[in-house]
Structure formats: structure tokens, C-alpha cells
Design a protein around this ligand. Structure first.
Ligand code: HEC
Ligand code: HEC
Ligand code: HEC
Ligand code: HEC
Ligand code: HEC
Ligand code: HEC
Ligand code: HEC
Ligand code: HEC
Ligand code: HEC
Ligand code: HEC
Length: 326
């Protein structure tokens, strides 16, 4: 049982070790196939040996003679030598901290990338050498990068607190809550909300904290708020015969996606919600008809008001659904 998840003990340490490493590196470059061929089948059960460290690199085995951080990588994706994209299959500690031979040789122990004293953009660049595709492609254009957050604002490589994704806080919502209290409090306390506090959804169900290349407000999918919502609420996707303009435009005009104290997460109570725009209807249903609403109890105002009759407020496919009543 060897303790290093990174480098199998291939190098002697010190100056001799460095020479051996350089020689091995040259050898591997010269005949990559030959060095693989003999005994390759017999060795298949073991993780592939990492490539020799280039000049200037000391190798993780050297680092862990003085530092304990090697232990913290065990069992994490960064310590998995079987994944060819992992630091463990590449330059180990030095995939992130940079070439460390000068640091090993330096009595003052400088010459090494120390994340706690790097600029946010420099930290992120280190991580982006591997994490620059897919969900992370939007990082540099996103609001978080623009406001000087870095990968290590939310993540810790050596001492994560979360069960998944190596977050510095125990949960994702707690991570976001350090800065976005308004939205988090709504998902936690609002009367109507989506099942975020029940744990069935999270902020990242809708948002990509790494930024979005296609949508507003770092929304994970689609190219508009409506498209983002209808990835789950497919019945509201449309197109429909009779569109209700604000529904195509932005669901958040009427719904607060983080929750609200009104029925159905509505941003404003009924019937005022509708009356923000429909102040000139032919029936007594406007803010100028207060009496009809509260005193005369117009039949157009009872119960859940407008949607009692205009029940297909998201649009209608009925041939005579122009008033969203069917
Ligand atoms: C001979 C022992 C030794 C070796 C080998 C060694 N380091 Fe260090 N390292 C130190 C000492 C001592 C410090 C200064 C620690 C301090 O000031 O708390 C240090 C500091 C650091 C720091 C900055 C931490 C801080 O709080 O200042 C990092 C990062 C680091 N080393 C990474 C590495 C890596 C990566 C390797 C392998 C390439 C490595 N070290 C090899 C002894 C070593
Ligand atoms: C995937 C990138 C990555 C790898 C691989 C990695 N580190 Fe780190 N290291 C970091 C980050 C980021 C920090 C800042 C604290 C944190 O995130 O936990 C850090 C912090 C440290 C520190 C404390 C000083 C500081 O920079 O804040 C030391 C010492 C250190 N690492 C040593 C090592 C050693 C030794 C290895 C190999 C066994 C290693 N690291 C592998 C990214 C990495
Ligand atoms: C040498 C490549 C490399 C570097 C550099 C690197 N990573 Fe990774 N990281 C990986 C690989 C590989 C995975 C496994 C997932 C995958 O295959 O994409 C991973 C996974 C992760 C995960 C997911 C952990 C989990 O349990 O789900 C986080 C978070 C992460 N890295 C953060 C960072 C941060 C922060 C940095 C910079 C300090 C960094 N990585 C630098 C290669 C790298
Ligand atoms: C604002 C907080 C925050 C910042 C900043 C952040 N992340 Fe994340 N990251 C998360 C959360 C939350 C998750 C889990 C949800 C998800 O996958 O989006 C995650 C997941 C990940 C994962 C695993 C899932 C996947 O998509 O592969 C990786 C890898 C990762 N982040 C890398 C990074 C890197 C690299 C950076 C910097 C460029 C970074 N993160 C910046 C919060 C953040
Ligand atoms: C360290 C503070 C911090 C943390 C932690 C943080 N954010 Fe942010 N977030 C910001 C800042 C600053 C902005 C930019 C606000 C602005 O420009 O008005 C922002 C903007 C946003 C935006 C708007 C994006 C846009 O394009 O307008 C969303 C969505 C967002 N954050 C989601 C999240 C989520 C989800 C999390 C948790 C995974 C999170 N944030 C964690 C600081 C943070
Ligand atoms: C159901 C999808 C959904 C969920 C879940 C969600 N959001 Fe949002 N969020 C949105 C939409 C849509 C917007 C844009 C609203 C708008 O345009 O008025 C938004 C906007 C934001 C903004 C930008 C606010 C502004 O005024 O620019 C932040 C910050 C934010 N959300 C954080 C969070 C956090 C933190 C969580 C988790 C507690 C979360 N969101 C959960 C859909 C969601
Ligand atoms: C990741 C999937 C997902 C996304 C994206 C999503 N929702 Fe939901 N939504 C749900 C789930 C799950 C429920 C709960 C359904 C249930 O309990 O039957 C829900 C419930 C609702 C409700 C009813 C709440 C109530 O109290 O009755 C409304 C309104 C709603 N969503 C609007 C939106 C809007 C607006 C968006 C876009 C900003 C959106 N949803 C995006 C999954 C999603
Ligand atoms: C013009 C305002 C308005 C807009 C815009 C709007 N909604 Fe609604 N939505 C409502 C009203 C009002 C209700 C309550 C209907 C009821 O109680 O019968 C509702 C209810 C819902 C419900 C609860 C389930 C149901 O069928 O009653 C969901 C889910 C929902 N809306 C999703 C969306 C999505 C997704 C969008 C964007 C594509 C959207 N809404 C845009 C006004 C709106
Ligand atoms: C953000 C503004 C806005 C809100 C809020 C809004 N609507 Fe509309 N509504 C419109 C627009 C714009 C039209 C298209 C008007 C047109 O074509 O003359 C429309 C059309 C209609 C029509 C069809 C009218 C016609 O002349 O074809 C009905 C019925 C209607 N809305 C009912 C409602 C109800 C009920 C609510 C509340 C649940 C509501 N609207 C909320 C903007 C809004
Ligand atoms: C009792 C059923 C009923 C209720 C309740 C009702 N309406 Fe109507 N509405 C109708 C009918 C029927 C029409 C068709 C045109 C007409 O007869 O005036 C209509 C037409 C409309 C129109 C399009 C024609 C116009 O007058 O501009 C709008 C907009 C509208 N209603 C909005 C609302 C709003 C907003 C509310 C809530 C404040 C509401 N309605 C409540 C039955 C109702």
C-alpha cells in the first residue's frame, strides 16, 4: 500500500533525483511506445504511471515529504490517477502550484504559487487550464468573474465542507447566501416557492454560478427567462395560437422565481397583477373602478378574480381563445 495518490516512487530525491527525472523525461519523449510496450498487459490493473516530471518540477512525492496536503486529495477527483485529466495523472501538486523544484531548493521557501496571496483572476486561470469547457465556458464573461470572485471564493481543493462539489460551505444554498441573502431568504421563507428548501431543487437548477454563454442572469439553459422556465414547465412552452405577450417576454413579470408571499409565486396580488397592464378593459376591472371591485362586487372580480374567467392566462390553443377564457 503506497501512500501517495500521485506519483509512484519513481524518483530519488534531491539533485540526483532531478537528474534522473530529466533523463527519464528525455527517454519518454524519445520512445513513448517502447516504454509502454513490455509488461503493459501485466500492469493493467494498476493506475497508469504518471509521466515523468519535466525540468523544474520536483514531483508530488517530494512535496509530501514536508506537506500534509497530499492526504486531503485522496478520494477527490484531483487525486484520481485513473482519470487522465486529473492532476494526479499529470504533474500532481505542481499542476496547480506550478513548478516547485526552485521552492524545494529555496531555504526561504518562496518560488511557489500560494493561492491565498494571488489575484482572483490568477487563481481562476490556474483552474481554467483544466476547467474551461462545457459548464465553465462562460466564466470569463460572467458577473462573478467581473466582480472579482474566483474559483476559490466558493471551492476549496484541500478542505471542502460540502458533500459534493468541494464547496467551502456545507451546502450550495449556504454558499450563495454569503452574498445573495435576498434570494435565499425568499426561497426559505416565502409562502409559495419552488421546492428549493425541500431540497428537490437548488439555485443551480436554474443558475450556473460559473456564468452562462447563452442566457441572462446566469441562467443555465435557454436564451431567455421563459425558455429557462419551460425546460421544466413544458406545458407553458408554446408556441400557442393565442399568445399572451408578457408570457413569451418574461415569466418573471408575473412570478418571482425565488418565491413570494402571494399565491403561485405571483409578484403582485390578484387582481392588481393584471391591472398593472390592463387599465382600459371594457369591464369594470381597473384601478379606476375600485367601487365595482370592493362595493358592488362586480361578477368580474369575485374569488380568484380575473383568472376565474381568463383561466388560460399563459395562452390558448382554442380557436376562440383570444380572451384566454378557454
Ligand atoms: C523541504 C521541505 C519542503 C518541500 C520538499 C516542499 N515544501 Fe512547500 N514549503 C515548505 C516550507 C517550510 C514552507 C513555508 C511554510 C510556512 O511559511 O508556513 C513551504 C511553503 C509552501 C507553500 C505556501 C504555503 C504557505 O502558507 O506559505 C506552498 C503552496 C507549498 N509550499 C507547496 C509545495 C509544493 C507544491 C511542493 C512540491 C513541489 C513543496 N511545497 C515542497 C517546505 C517544503
Ligand atoms: C487542483 C489544484 C491543486 C492541487 C492538485 C494541489 N493544490 Fe494545494 N492548494 C490549492 C488551492 C486552491 C489552495 C488554497 C486553499 C484551498 O483551496 O484549500 C491550496 C493550498 C495549499 C497550501 C496552503 C498555502 C496556500 O496556497 O494557501 C499548501 C501548502 C498546498 N496547497 C500544498 C499542496 C501540495 C503539497 C499538493 C500535492 C500533494 C497540492 N497542494 C495539490 C490547489 C491545489
Ligand atoms: C490538471 C487539471 C486540473 C486542474 C489544474 C484543476 N482541476 Fe479540478 N478537476 C479536474 C478533474 C479531471 C476533475 C474531475 C471531473 C472531471 O473529469 O472534469 C476535477 C474536478 C473538480 C471539481 C469537482 C469536485 C467534485 O467532487 O465534484 C471541482 C469543484 C474542481 N475540480 C475545482 C478545481 C479548482 C477550484 C481548481 C483550481 C484551484 C481546479 N479544480 C484545478 C482537473 C483539474
Ligand atoms: C459562486 C460560487 C462558485 C464559484 C465562484 C465557482 N463555482 Fe464551481 N461550483 C459551484 C457550485 C454551487 C457547484 C455545484 C453546482 C453546479 O454544478 O453548478 C459547482 C460545481 C463545480 C464543478 C463540478 C461540476 C461541473 O460542472 O463539472 C467544477 C469542476 C467547478 N465547479 C469548478 C469551478 C471553477 C474552475 C471555478 C472558477 C473558474 C468555479 N468552479 C467557480 C459554485 C461556484
Ligand atoms: C462572494 C459573493 C458571492 C457569492 C458567494 C455568490 N455570488 Fe452571485 N453575485 C455576486 C456579485 C458581486 C454579483 C454581481 C451583482 C451585480 O452586479 O449587481 C453576482 C451576481 C449573480 C447573479 C446575476 C448574474 C447576472 O448575470 O446578472 C446570479 C444569478 C448569481 N450571482 C447567482 C449566484 C449563485 C447561484 C451563487 C451560489 C452558488 C452565488 N451567486 C454566489 C457575488 C456572489
Ligand atoms: C426557478 C428558477 C430559479 C431558482 C431556483 C433560483 N433562481 Fe435566481 N433567478 C431566476 C431568474 C429567472 C432570475 C431573473 C429574474 C428577473 O429577470 O427578474 C433570477 C435572478 C437572480 C439574481 C439576480 C438578481 C438581479 O436582480 O439581478 C440572483 C443574485 C439570483 N437569482 C440568485 C439566486 C440564488 C442565490 C438562488 C438559490 C437560493 C436562486 N437564484 C434560485 C431563477 C431562479
Ligand atoms: C429545474 C426545474 C424547474 C425550473 C427550471 C422551473 N421550475 Fe417552477 N417548479 C418546479 C417544480 C418541481 C415545482 C413544484 C411543482 C409541484 O409541486 O407540483 C414548480 C412549481 C412552480 C410554480 C407553482 C408554485 C406554487 O406554489 O404553486 C410556479 C408558478 C413556477 N414553478 C414557476 C416557474 C418559473 C416562473 C420558472 C422560471 C423562472 C420556473 N418555474 C422554473 C420546477 C422548475
Ligand atoms: C401575465 C402574468 C403571467 C405570466 C407572464 C406568467 N404567468 Fe404563470 N401564472 C399566472 C397566474 C395568474 C397564475 C395562477 C393561475 C391560477 O391560479 O389559475 C399562474 C400560474 C402558474 C403556474 C402554476 C400552475 C398552474 O397551471 O396554475 C406555473 C407553473 C406557471 N404559472 C408558470 C409560468 C411560466 C413558466 C411562465 C413563463 C413561460 C409564466 N408562468 C408566465 C400569471 C402569469
Ligand atoms: C406586463 C403587462 C401585462 C400583464 C401583467 C398582464 N397582461 Fe394581459 N395582455 C398584455 C398585453 C400586452 C396583451 C396584448 C394586448 C393587445 O394585443 O391589445 C394582453 C392581452 C390580454 C388579453 C386579451 C385581450 C385582447 O384584447 O386580445 C386578456 C384577456 C388578458 N391579457 C388578460 C390578462 C390577465 C387576466 C392578466 C392577469 C393574470 C394579465 N392579462 C396580465 C399585457 C399584460
Ligand atoms: C366573470 C368573468 C370575467 C372576469 C372575472 C374577468 N373578465 Fe375579462 N373578460 C371577460 C369576458 C367575457 C371578456 C370578453 C369581452 C367582453 O365581454 O368584454 C373579457 C375581456 C377582457 C379583456 C379584453 C377586452 C377588453 O375589455 O379589453 C381583458 C384585457 C380582460 N378581460 C381583462 C380582465 C382582467 C384584468 C380581469 C380581472 C381584473 C378580468 N378581465 C376579469 C370576462 C371576465
Amino acid at each position: 500500500m503506497h501512500h501517495s495518490e500521485f506519483v509512484t516512487g519513481r524518483y530519488a530525491r534531491g539533485i540526483g533525483g532531478a537528474l534522473v527525472a530529466v533523463a527519464l523525461a528525455a527517454l519518454a519523449h524519445a520512445m513513448p511506445v517502447a516504454s509502454q510496450a513490455p509488461g503493459a498487459t501485466a500492469a493493467q490493473a494498476q493506475p497508469p504511471a504518471p509521466p515523468p516530471a519535466p525540468a523544474g518540477y520536483a514531483g508530488s512525492d517530494t512535496c509530501i515529504t514536508c506537506h500534509t496536503q497530499g492526504d486531503t486529495l485522496k478520494g477527490t477527483p484531483h487525486g484520481q490517477a485513473s482519470n487522465p485529466r486529473s492532476p494526479a495523472a499529470g504533474l500532481g501538486c505542481e499542476s496547480c502550484h506550478g513548478p516547485g523544484q526552485a521552492h524545494v531548493d529555496d531555504d526561504a521557501k518562496g518560488h511557489i504559487l500560494k493561492f491565498s496571496s494571488m489575484k482572483p483572476a490568477e487563481v481562476s486561470q490556474t483552474c481554467l487550464t483544466c476547467h474551461n469547457r462545457g459548464a465553465h465556458a462562460g466564466w470569463e464573461a460572467g458577473a462573478h468573474a467581473a466582480r472579482n470572485l474566483s474559483c476559490t471564493t466558493c471551492h476549496s481543493v484541500h478542505s471542502p465542507k460540502s458533500f459534493a462539489h468541494q464547496l467551502k460551505k456545507e451546502t450550495e444554498v449556504a454558499t450563495c447566501a454569503t452574498c445573495h441573502k435576498t434570494q435565499v431568504i425568499k426561497t426559505e421563507r416565502a409562502v409559495t416557492h419552488m421546492p428549493v428548501r425541500e431540497g428537490k431543487m437548488s439555485c443551480s437548477s436554474c443558475h450556473n454560478p460559473h456564468g452562462s454563454i447563452s442566457n441572462v442572469k446566469a441562467l443555465r439553459t435557454g436564451s431567455s427567462v421563459a425558455e429557462s422556465c419551460t425546460t421544466c414547465h413544458a406545458e407553458m412552452r408554446g408556441p400557442v395560437l393565442w399568445e399572451h405577450a408578457p408570457v413569451r417576454e418574461n415569466c418573471a413579470t408575473c412570478h418571482d422565481p425565488h418565491g413570494s408571499s402571494n399565491d403561485r409565486m405571483l409578484t403582485v396580488r390578484m387582481p392588481m397583477l393584471c391591472q398593472r397592464c390592463h387599465v382600459a378593459t371594457r369591464h369594470p376591472a381597473t384601478i379606476y373602478d375600485n367601487n365595482a371591485i370592493t362595493v358592488n362586487k362586480s361578477n368580474r372580480m369575485f374569488g380568484r378574480s380575473c383568472v376565474n374567467c381568463h383561466s388560460n392566462v399563459h395562452g390558448s390553443n382554442h380557436p376562440s381563445g383570444q380572451f384566454f377564457m378557454r
